[in-house]
Design a protein around this ligand. Structure first.
Ligand code: F6R
Length: 258
């Protein structure tokens, strides 16, 4: 695991975009996308680089998760959010942007279908991740099995409160979601976690330096052989080995890449 700490959220976006651009230039064709606030600076930077020539024409994109029960086309459905924040502004074919169908009559079937799709393509090359204040990745809430696959989950009150800022009221935040499981996420070739802000510091410290436990789902990253974490100073402030992480990056030979 490599941990890069940069000054602020914009720096997180630039560094994460460096990781993704390098992956694209080295043949990444299946990109896993997160939604929420964490990746917004990264997406803004990717859109800027696209205007300067970075192409996504050969890429298939796969969403991590989706709310269950929002009306088709709801502005906060993750299918719409990803279009608004990224894919409408780059040269990706809209038919190549995939996600779980949160409008399906039986969301459990939709979850199984999405898991099958991911399995059939062999998983994604790089998966971008944010982290919840309770340590979730995707919408794998605390207690989620480290071996879980794509399925329907119930959001915790904490996550619904955290996400209420995107909706008119707490009552409008869906209760259920379809999310890739922790094992599904772990089958990506490379995991890229981004986090900014002091409100993420406790979850980041638990995930990166605490025990591997279902009580902190993001701690499953410790089991993956290829993880890059990009944090701003505020999100990194509770890490105890910050100097080691900085030294490791400074000592890394040029050209070794991410
Ligand atoms: C969203 C997702 C979630 C978010 C997490 C953090 O697709 O997978 O795990 O990354 O809830 O949300 P923000 O970034 O809004 O703080």
């Amino acid at each position: 695991m490599e941990i890069a700490v940069v000054a602020d959220e914009q720096g997180v976006g630039r560094s994460a975009a460096d990781v993704l651009e390098e992956a694209l230039r080295h043949g990444c064709r299946r990109l896993g996308l997160a939604t929420g606030s964490s990746p917004l600076a990264t997406y803004a930077e990717l859109v800027r680089r696209h205007r300067e020539g970075l192409s996504f024409a050969e890429v298939d994109a796969y969403l991590l998760d989706e709310y269950v029960g929002l009306a088709p086309g709801h502005p906060e459905s993750y299918a719409r959010v990803i279009r608004r924040e990224l894919t409408d502004a780059i040269d990706i074919d809209p038919a190549r942007v995939h996600g779980p169908d949160g409008t399906a009559r039986d969301p459990r079937e939709a979850a199984a279908a999405y898991e099958s799709l991911l399995g059939a393509v062999g998983g994604v090359d790089v998966q971008l991740l944010g982290i919840g204040t309770n340590g979730h990745i995707g919408f794998n809430e605390p207690g989620s099995s480290l071996g879980s696959r794509t399925r329907v989950k119930t959001l915790t009150l904490q996550t619904r409160l955290d996400n209420a800022r995107f909706f008119a009221s707490l009552g409008k935040v869906p209760v259920h979601v379809i999310t890739q499981g922790l094992a599904t996420i772990s089958s990506a070739g490379h995991l890229l976690l981004v986090a900014s802000g002091a409100h993420k510091a406790a979850a980041v410290a638990a995930a990166l330096e605490g025990p591997v436990t279902a009580s902190c789902p993001a701690s499953v990253l410790q089991l993956h052989p290829h993880v890059t974490v990009v944090l701003d100073e505020a999100a990194a402030r509770l890490l105890t080995r910050l100097d080691d992480y900085r030294q490791a990056l400074l000592a890394k030979p040029r050209g070794w890449g991410w």
